[in-house]
Design a binder for this molecule. Structure first.
Ligand SMILES: [Mg+2]
Length: 235
């Protein structure tokens, strides 16, 4: 394994616990809009949200549209009388206010930071991502934050990875993409000719032979990319 100077690290599901953030924000939003916090409403919101994210990643809708449309679809399907624009704005505010680390992520990043230059690469909403990183004091680990909404293109597009390489001034072969999404992080890295590490915490390994390596937890990533440790192991 070669040693990588730059690590391009996805945020949600890789070091930020988006599930906890989302759960907290949805619960507070429902309560503010008098929407019953039921399984049916949650399921309906999640369906609308994931459809919008799929359409966004395929380039069919913009981030601005996504912010409102996930609520207009949800409200329509459940017959809820509320303003989707207002809900969209309030939800973004709530997401930013409630960040959580994934267990062990703090130590993982501080170990990586010892020997590598770290960049966040995220398709999240710029305001939400920046606020969460700041509230967690996570910026001390990162030299760069690349957010699709600011880049004008998103993972997995080659344009996003070209933009990232240009911004950090790196060559492809100095970089490793680390992420939990096969459809955005890993596909994007492979399509752009950058090595990839698929972090599949609690999920199956992928059978995609083009992935450079796969890890089921942070310690596996550290043991593979830590060049010194690798040297010791090889002796
Ligand atoms: Mg992710």
């Amino acid at each position: 394994m070669k040693s990588y100077r730059y690590l391009l690290i996805d945020a949600d599901g890789t070091f930020l616990d988006f599930n906890s953030t989302e759960k907290t924000a949805v619960k507070l939003l429902f309560s503010r809009f008098d929407i019953p916090y039921t399984e049916k409403n949650l399921h309906s919101y999640h369906n609308a949200n994931s459809q919008c994210w799929k359409d966004f990643e395929s380039g069919l809708i913009s981030m601005e549209t996504l912010k409102t449309r996930r609520f207009s679809l949800f409200f329509e399907s459940e017959g809820i009388k509320a303003d989707p624009c207002e809900a969209g704005l309030e939800y973004i505010r709530l997401l930013g206010e409630h960040p959580f680390w994934m267990p062990g992520a703090h130590d993982f990043l501080s170990r990586l930071k010892e020997k590598h230059t770290l960049a966040v690469i995220t398709n999240g909403i710029a305001r939400v991502q920046r606020e969460r990183l700041e509230r967690l004091d996570a910026m001390k680990y990162f030299d760069y934050v690349i957010i699709s909404e600011e880049a004008g293109c998103q993972k997995p597009s080659k344009a996003f990875f070209d933009y990232t390489l240009r911004t950090i001034g790196a060559a492809k072969d100095e970089c490793l993409v680390i992420g939990d999404s096969l459809s955005s992080d890993i596909k994007g890295g492979i399509d752009s000719g950058i090595d990839t590490c698929y972090l599949h915490i609690g999920k199956e390994r992928s059978d995609n032979g083009k992935i450079t390596f796969q890890a089921e937890d942070y310690s596996q990533i550290l043991s593979v990319i830590d060049a010194d440790q690798l040297d010791v192991e090889n002796k």
